[in-house]
Write a protein that binds this ligand. Structure first.
Ligand SMILES: [Zn+2]
Length: 194
C-alpha cells in the first residue's frame, strides 16, 4: 500500500503525511520548511520580543515572581510531571544545562548551593511544608526516580531531605511500597506481591 503524498508549497517536494504537522491539515508547509520559517522569524523578531519582555519584567519583578509562584502552587503535580517527562526523555540534556550554567556562573552556583543547603537545613528543623501528610502516588514515584537527586525530591515534594531519603529506600526496596509508587519489582510482571 502506498501512502498518499502531500505537496509542500515551499520546497516543492512531495512528501508523506508524517512530514507535515497534524495541526497543519490545510497548510502546505512541511515540517522542515516550517522549522526554517520559525527560525527566520525568531532571528528577525526574537531580540525585540526578549527586550520587551525583559523591560516589562524589570518594571515589576515581584508581579512576575508572584505569578510564577501562584501557578506553581496551583499546578504542583502538573509541573512536576511535565518536568519529570522532559527530564526522562533526555536526562543528559538537563544535566548538561546545569553543568554548563555552573561552569559559566561559578559564584552564583556556589550561592545557589549554599542557599539550597540552608533551605534544606531550615526545612529539616521546622518540618518541611508537607511533613506529616501521607505520601501521594506521584510523590512516591518521584522519590523512586533515581535520575533525581534527593535534594530535588525534597524540593519538588516539599519534604525534608531525610524523609525523601527514607521514602526512596522504601520504594526501591520494599515490594509493598514499590507497587504503591507504581514501580515494578524486578522480575515480576504485574508488580503484585503475595
Ligand atoms: Zn517543504
Amino acid at each position: 500500500m502506498t501512502e498518499p503524498m502531500r505537496h509542500c508549497g515551499k520546497c516543492g517536494k512531495d512528501e508523506p503525511n508524517v512530514e507535515f504537522y497534524p495541526s497543519f491539515k490545510h497548510r502546505h508547509t512541511c515540517k522542515g520548511c516550517h522549522t526554517i520559517q520559525r527560525k527566520a522569524w525568531r532571528a528577525a523578531n526574537g531580540d525585540e520580543n526578549r527586550t520587551a519582555a525583559r523591560a516589562s519584567y524589570k518594571r515589576d519583578p515581584e508581579k512576575y515572581k508572584k505569578k510564577k509562584r501562584d501557578y506553581y502552587q496551583e499546578n504542583r503535580e502538573k509541573v512536576a510531571r511535565q518536568f519529570s517527562d522532559r527530564y526522562k526523555a533526555d536526562p543528559d540534556r538537563f544535566r548538561g544545562y546545569a553543568r554548563r550554567w555552573r561552569a559559566d556562573n561559578p559564584e552564583k552556583a556556589a550561592k545557589v548551593t549554599r542557599l539550597s543547603q540552608q533551605r534544606l537545613q531550615d526545612a529539616s528543623l521546622d518540618g518541611a511544608a508537607r511533613s506529616g501528610y501521607e505520601w501521594t502516588g506521584w510523590e512516591m514515584e518521584i522519590a523512586g526516580d533515581t535520575n533525581r537527586s534527593l535534594t530535588e525530591v525534597a524540593r519538588v515534594t516539599g519534604r525534608t531531605y531525610a524523609a525523601s531519603s527514607r521514602m526512596r529506600h522504601k520504594v526501591l526496596n520494599d515490594p509493598k511500597w514499590m507497587s504503591a509508587a507504581g514501580l515494578r519489582a524486578a522480575g515480576t510482571e504485574t508488580g503484585e506481591t503475595s
